[in-house]
Design a protein. Sequence first.
Lengths: 987, 95
Amino acid sequence: MTARRLPSGGRIDRSRTIRVQFDGRSFVAHPGDTLASALLAGGQTLLARSFKYHRPRGLMAAGVEEPHALVHLRDGNRHEPNAQATMVEAFDGLKSTSQNAWPSLQFDVGAVNGLMSRFFGAGFYYKTFIGPLKGTGFWMFWERLIRRAAGMGRATTLDDPDHYEKINAFCDVLIAGTGPAGLAAALAAGRKGENVILVEQDHVLGGSLLNEQAGAPSDTWLSHAEAELRDLPNVRILSRTTAFGAYDTEVFGLVERFQDHVRAPEAGKPRQRYWLVRTKRAILATGAIERPMVFAGNDVPGVMLASAVRKYLNRYAVLAGKNVVVATNNDSAYTPALELAKAGAKVVICDLRRNIPAGLADSVKKAAIDLRLGQAVLKAEGGKSVRGTYIVPVDSNGRATAKGTRVICDLVAVSGGWAPALHLWSQRFGKPQYHASLDAFLPPAEKGAFLCVGSLAGAASLQEALSQGHAAGGSIGREPSLSGPDDFWGRDLMPVTVITKADGSTPGKAFVDFQHDVKLADVDQAYLEGYVSVEHLKRYTTSGMAADQGKTSNLNALARMATLRGMEIPSVGTTTFRPPYTPVAIGAIVGHDHGLYFRPTRLSTIHDWHKENAAEMIEAGAWLRPWYYPAKGENIRGAYIREAAHVREHVGIVDVSTLGKIAAQGPDTAEFLNRMYANGFKTLEIGRLRYGVMLREDGFIMDDGATARLGQNDYFMSTTTANAAKVLAMAEHLLQTAWRDLKVHVTTVTDQWAAIAIAGPKSRDLLTAVTKADLSKETLPNNHLAYVLVADVPCRLHRMSYSGELAYELYIPAKSGRKVWEALVAAGAPFNLKPYGTEAMGALRIEKGHVAGAEIEGRTTMKDLGLEAFASSKKPFVGSVLRKRPVLEDPKRPSLVGLEIIGNTGAKAGSLLFSLNGPTKGHGEGWVSSTTYSPALKKNIALALLARGPARIGETIQVVDFLGSQTLQAKVVSHHFFDPEGHRQNG
Amino acid sequence: MLRIHCPVCGLRDETEFTYGGDATMRRPDMTESDPKAWVDYVFIRDNPRGPHKEYWHHVTGCRQWLIVKRDTLTHEISGSYLAREVADLADEVAA
């Protein structure tokens, strides 16, 4: 292959010279080049090594369908693998390197795989890793080596320095593709005043018109069309943008490579943008992709698609070879053949057909082209570059009928017909229709709000493409009129793309899927082994599963299977395309939603105080909460034990603003609560609080919390931090469906109230000092509420205890949370007030035997957790029937107990429980749910669920942590470790 | 991504909603004590291929529960209603 840049022509800016690098070598290029055209112009024909056999590969295509030329781009933290050289715009200083080759592209040790190909055929993994040597260990050992040998590029492990953004957009019509059909559609729709988004993956508009010789008549129309569109304020043109996904209800995913064509994005600009576009209708003008032929050596560098050869010639002024063999089964390869001859190449055409249109025959004769009808390329010869072809006469099945001739050449331009790029259409609607005369699958002309136009819809001429686009856009203004080459591929196509010897075999490796190295023989083998459905064929051979998703291989694989099965192509079927059409960087999909910004972080209004006072914070759902407040040099264990002990001796405050809070209002609220909670709520008086347990419909516990009755029809429910959203959604569901007879409104007020728990023997004294209110035991007994002023802020004071101490919860208008907290801290000095975090709160509640999220984890019932006494037998409630299912009443179910750990080491949550003298195998008789050191008891304790738990109090059991290989012994006790009578909280 | 018409808020992205399951199920009366009725309601579902009625909760919008007629095969949505405004949930929606 002796490619070179022609002295004139092309659509490149020759006034400027830029340099690009490949494997350390520098190449001259011009703005307008791609990396591929620059390398080709510089004579670099070897660009890659193949996936499995490490065969030398060059360029086959000039666009999105390129299967071979995957390269590494850039270096350092901008290093990027698997870029298609054909899709990379050349810019000055662009660095690229080859991938999947060692030690070098020129000499690659992995090529030895080619000699072993009979072992690496279809189903290699399945066959090798089952049988005598099966097993995960065996696979994992080999996987590392196999992945290293067979593969694609390497990703960087460094952080991406660039940022990506997401844009939501809306339009009346989204048009994908700016070839003639897409532009005609955009003009008509734009003139109509529709809000248009026009998407083009290239950096310039024009699509296939750019493959015409510069100065062609279509250029004038193209520039006028673009100027008119750019003048229309209702038309938004997105170039360097790919519509990669068509989703339900006319939603499209686009990726805009906004700053990929420069060394590094300009300051403040995103590298790529992810667009989510909602449109009323869509016009797809995505064109068609030329289909290669399958013959021995069809992957040798220098075997290219005829349309790609034409594009390199006309758009980039690169003549890809001097001696060209054009192999075709249709008319469309004649235009490139004639243009190559005109540019000075010696051209031989071998056409499978015995007859071609008279006009074509005349023009090739005039151009002194050697035309061989009824012949095909049986084999392309050469290693790192094509040296010649072996051309044979063939029958109507593509089988050689006689000996052939050897033709020396340095370029083979192939056309096996065309495949409309119906990927976006297929993503939405699945199976397209097969048209036998075109040997192609086409989308139906119209489907819902989707219109397909141009080559995608099988348009037979440039004029037909323009007319289709114009009509789809709304037929506003004059219909564009242009004449193009009369070379429609579908006119007299001979639907044969596989060329074999008379016996049906190929004299060498003939590839169906280039990127995954799937050979014709692999398809045959899949057939012989019974993998005959297209879905099995795809997965067994991996044909169509590479990064190019089979853009050049799907039809040839299907056609071969159809031949083997003696069926027509439509009976064999076709696979469905899935998004994305072309690879999309994960960074673009993620945008800014990563790390801390993955989801919103909810902060209490007291958050800043915690940070200023050196609190360690912990995530609790979407919230950040104070975990503990370490003294100097103190670790978490030291801190929580000190904080918990302090609460029992003096007084502590903890920020509980994260609790879910729901206002339930209306005349039927008491009945509503009575149905929602397992315990009775009808008798709750105004000014009183009641703890409640709530079940799911299936009878398991969902949540617990206290509800306050504030007025005749006004209740204030609290939920755990984790379940607030779930409880509200269930309440809304029931009230809006099954319980529409109840006049109740529920609304979240979580964000409206800050909340502080004040706990400890001195809490009443502190609050009395701060509020100047009478909070005596007689005025405000446990489970009562009062309205108080703290630092002039009106607050509501609930007397209730989670820690087991004399305790209160103060509800404060959210904006005054910090003010009230600081007022408490200021007034607390004489009472030795200290803040405490969630870790100490957990220790206190475990000492008290209160359940929390580790016990209410979705698999436990009221009976399991010893909460049976709260369940009313006088009324039905959510889950009241199903909680009585026999299996849930089984006394062998693990039930809540306390554990006193023997020795100085605490148990790990999740440890399994076993009888003292029994074997420690299997899932055990229960598990540890919550664990802590108890400063009050001065020992390690835990809450656990143990089979027949309450009946085993007094027994000693084993506590085994299989992850940490720790075995402890523990005494089973009541989970009410501390002050079981509740003297302290009721005092 | 689906776009769902909310009778209160208009056409909105699916991401604003949470899926609430089969809307053809009718919750037994609160006084129902037969476990079978509750097992049917909680656990037993058809898995229709084609037209279906589903609950969707406009959870980051107006917080209304909708009944959406959706084709499980094509994802086509042919109607959406406020659950609270459908006269008899099981019968009306099944029609």
